[in-house]
Structures are given as C-alpha cells and as structure tokens.
Design a protein around this ligand. Structure first.
Ligand SMILES: [Zn+2]
Length: 533
C-alpha cells in the first residue's frame, strides 16, 4: 500500500522542511518537494493544504491504563463548592447508570468559594447515592470521604481503631465519613477490584485519547508490583488482537530483587512482543517522593523546613543490587529521582554499571528535578538519559524556591542546559499525575511559564527551549530510550510513518499559543488512526 502526502510543511529536522513524502507499507520511502513525486505511483493521496506535520509524539513516561481509570472516575479538582461536588457525582451517575461504585479524586475545601468551606462528609455524598458506595479522595491523597453505603460495607463504627490513621467522628459520635492517613486505604477496599475487561477498557480509552492528541508511542508503566502477571496478560492480548495502533513500550515497577527475578523467569521469555507495536521496556524504580510533600530526598535540609531532608526508599546497596541484576540481563532501568540526594545516589549507582565508561544500556533518570550544576555536568558526561516532565513546572514554579532556595532552584529543571550539553533528553507527562496533553507540556518547555502565563519571561528563562529542540526531545529523544532512534521520531526515508498533522504552524506561532495547538490527523505505521471531526 502506497500513500503520497503533498502540500505539507513537513518537519524533517531543525530548519529543514519538505512538502511531500511517499509512504510504502508503513515506512517513509522518500521526502521532497511536490514536484519530486509527479511520476510517483500510489493508491492513496493526502493533500495537506499547507498544514504543518511533525513526527508522532512519544511520551517517555506515563501510566496509560491509569489514565483511563482516571478518565472514568469523577474529577473534582475544579469543584468550587460542596454543592458542585454533589452535582458532579450526580451527573456522572446519570451518564453511567451501570456504575457499581463511584470513585472520585481531587476535592479541596480551600478552593470552595460559595456555601460552606468545610471538608465533605458522608451526608454530602449520600445526596448523590445511598445505594452504591462512593469514595471521594481529597487532592492530597491523605484524606478521603465515603458515603453511608461505604461505611456500612466496611462495618466500621465509633469503636474502630486503625493504626496510623483516623476514622473521624461527627457530632453524633458516629463516623462522619472522613478517613485520614492509613485509614483511607480501608475506603479503597469498597471499590470493586478491576476485572480484566476493566483494565482493557481503561487502556483503550486512554490510547484513543493519546492518539487524538498526536501521540503515536508511549513508554508506559502499568505494572506496579501488585497483579503484575494479570496486567501483562491483558496488555499482550490487546496487542495480539490489534485493538490499538498506539505503539507501547512496557515499563514495569518492581522495587525488590524477587519481583525482578519473577519477571526474568516469566515475562522476559513470553511470546507476544512484536517489537513493533508492543515492546519490552525498562524496569522502573523509584528512590524518593515528591517536592510538594517534602519527601523528595535532598542532600541538605529543605529551605522551608530545616531538619527535614525527605526520604530515600532504597539504600545505595539495595539500588546497586537490583541494578546489577537488571544489567546482567540487559534490562534497561529508569529511576524516579526528584531531590538532589536521590539524583546523587543514582548517578553513583549508574556509574558502577557502565561498560568501559559507557552507559550502553541507556539507564535513565525520571523527573531529575532538583540538580546542582556539578550533577548536571556528571549526567552529561556519563550520557545518562533524562526523562523530563516540563508540565510539572505548572505547579512546581510556585514552590521550588521555597523548598530548595533560589541558588539550587536556578540549576534545577535544567532541560535546556542538559540538552545543549548533548544529554539524551526526552519528554513525558507522568499522566495521570498530569494530563497527557503534549501541547501544554511543550508550552512549558518553551516558555517556562505556568499555564496562566506567569511568571512573566519564564522561570529561569535561560532554560527556555527552542520549539524544534523541544519537539526533538518528544520524538527522537524519546525513541532513543527505546533504542529505536533509527526507526521512530523523524520524518525521513527509512523511518516509520508515524506523524501528527497540526491545525496551525507550531514553528511560527507565539509560544503562548503552543498549548492551544490541536491535532487534525494522526497517522501510525502509514494508517490514519485519528481525524478531528
Ligand atoms: Zn510515574
């Protein structure tokens, strides 16, 4: 099957655009000007009418099936009153009458502007339903509210004690539905466990959404210790039945040797990976927590909380052991490290795994937020891939200087510095932590501003990236993590025909408008998989 694309502004590489390309069996065979193809033979012709085309985007770290789970739950982040929360719940049930249990996330009473400005309780949620259990988790994740049905299912009362947690009592001395800290885990148990079909549906819902946003590949961590084999099976079946064309590289998280050994003995040898649409990806580890919660592991005390340095969940020795096992089996590793203490541990650990001084397995750092100038130099010298989430700036700009002080903040989130030093930099969103929308992500990389346009001129403006460089990080940079930079991420002869047609010229518009870009068409493997209606 041959497809000819003409009249485009096709991004080939920085400063170079072509008008036309010929695709054969999913692979680009030639690019050039319209006139180069006057005598070409083809079955399909797409006239782009002057539109801009970039390679399909590749999110280097997210959690795809959890994106789908989040999409079918109630999003409460925008609610500005208790009444609005009740309304969101009622609307959700009206639209999904088969719902057996209602789960929502993101409420925050600090944002309420009308009515009572208090935490929501079971009486509020009973107005949505008393027939099915409802659990609405506060934005912080450390507090959640259940309705009366949820409390009835749990069988808790005023005498129930939970270690490390609190079941709050109301004025009537009975549980009022608010569960704190470790007690919130109890509420999770009233939500029925996901069936294989639920996992598949969530996965495909999120895959469709990703494709509509111009993503053609994802590197996704859907395996988080529990239920690993079941989820591996579901995802392999999705691909053996060709239920989506989104290319998927399977990251997986085990924090200990035994989990990794199980993987090596089972999934590593299983069939079903065609290395085209479904491929084996990296072991995902995490060392520390988050900057917001001051659990990111720092080399020195938090600027706004002396005496606190965060936590590291792996010791240097545990980290070295699991890395050695992975390296012996040629398994690439990517590790969540946010504080400079975690980054330091990781650079030291990776350095020991180098072969003749080279990072041949391309072990990478996910997040890599707080860094000193000296650490940036070491990362660049060792060619350690960095998997950044520029969209994190939307929140973190508000807190980073408070947390780590102005000096350390000025060498943190150093996208451009590392890129200019030749470090393999890739972009992702960690969705559902943030939306997987790549245009907001690119906007943050280019402007260094929050989505509301602040601060003027951008946070550490020397780290603002050129739009071509930012797109390269999202395409060929991400492909590097998969050892596929010769196959994906460029619109050149010999590469996969994975591309996104845009509604405006992203190379010419004001950076402030990059977040508004919409995708008119997405193509994967030469097939049109999405057209905007
Ligand atoms: Zn993640």
């Amino acid at each position: 099957m041959n497809t000819l694309i003409t009249n485009g502004k096709i991004y080939v590489e920085k400063g170079l655009f072509h008008e036309a390309m010929l695709i054969q069996d999913g692979i680009i065979v030639q690019t050039g000007s319209n006139s180069d193809f006057e005598s070409a033979s083809f079955e399909n012709h797409i006239d782009l009418g002057g539109k801009t085309v970039i390679p399909g985007l590749n999110d280097s770290h997210l959690h795809l099936s959890y994106v789908g789970t989040t999409m079918r739950s109630c999003k409460l982040n925008q609610a500005r009153s208790i009444e609005e929360i009740i309304e969101i719940g009622k609307n959700h049930l009206a639209a999904n009458p088969d719902t057996a249990a209602l789960y929502g996330r993101g409420w925050n009473q600090d944002y309420f502007v009308t009515g009572e400005k208090r935490m929501i309780n079971r009486h509020d949620l009973d107005q949505i339903s008393t027939d099915i259990p409802i659990v609405f988790v506060r934005v912080c994740g450390h507090m959640a509210t259940g309705n009366s049905k949820a409390i009835e299912i749990l069988g808790v009362d005023e005498n129930t004690a939970v270690e490390g947690g609190v079941i709050q009592l109301g004025d009537d001395e009975h549980p009022d539905g608010i569960f704190c800290e470790s007690a919130t885990a109890l509420l999770d148990t009233v939500i029925p466990e996901k069936t294989d079909l639920d996992i598949e549906k969530d996965f495909l819902t999120a895959a469709d959404y990703a494709i509509s946003m111009g993503l053609t590949s994802v590197q996704s961590c859907d395996i988080q210790n529990v239920d690993a084999q079941r989820i591996f099976n579901v995802i392999r079946n999705i691909y053996s039945d060709s239920k989506t064309r989104l290319r998927f590289s399977h990251q997986f998280n085990f924090q200990d040797i035994s989990g990794l050994e199980d993987y090596i003995n089972t999934e590593l040898n299983s069939d079903g990976y065609d290395e085209k649409f479904l491929s084996r990806g990296a072991l995902k580890l995490f060392i520390d927590g988050s900057l917001g919660a001051r659990t990111a592991f720092m080399l020195s005390d938090y600027h706004d909380e002396p005496g606190t340095r965060g936590v590291s969940v792996l010791s240097q020795e545990q980290l070295d052991d699991i890395l050695s096992l992975a390296s012996q089996h040629n398994i690439r590793v990517v590790t969540h490290a946010i504080g400079d203490g975690a980054v330091e541990m990781l650079i030291n650990a990776y350095e020991k795994q180098m072969n003749g001084g080279e990072n041949t397995l391309r072990h990478g750092i996910v997040h890599c937020q707080i860094t000193s100038a000296q650490q940036l130099e070491r990362i660049a010298a060792l060619k350690i891939p960095v998997l950044y989430q520029p969209i994190f700036l939307d929140y973190d700009i508000q807190i980073v200087e408070d947390r780590v002080g102005e000096h350390l903040a000025s060498t943190s989130y150093a996208f451009n510095t590392l890129y200019q030093l030749g470090t393999p930099v890739s972009f992702g969103t960690d969705s559902p932590v943030e939306d997987l929308n790549p245009w907001e992500n690119l906007y943050c990389a280019v402007t260094r501003q929050r989505l509301d346009g602040t601060p003027e001129g951008g946070f550490c403006p020397e780290e603002r990236m050129d739009i071509s460089d930012a797109i390269d990080c999202y395409t060929t940079g991400s492909a590097f993590n998969e050892f596929r930079e010769d196959f994906k991420g460029r619109l050149m002869a010999g590469y996969a025909a994975d591309l996104a047609v845009l509604d405006r010229d992203i190379f010419e518009i004001e950076p402030a408008h990059i977040k508004d870009v919409r995708v008119d068409m997405t193509m994967i493997n030469g097939e049109v998989v999405y057209t905007r209606q």
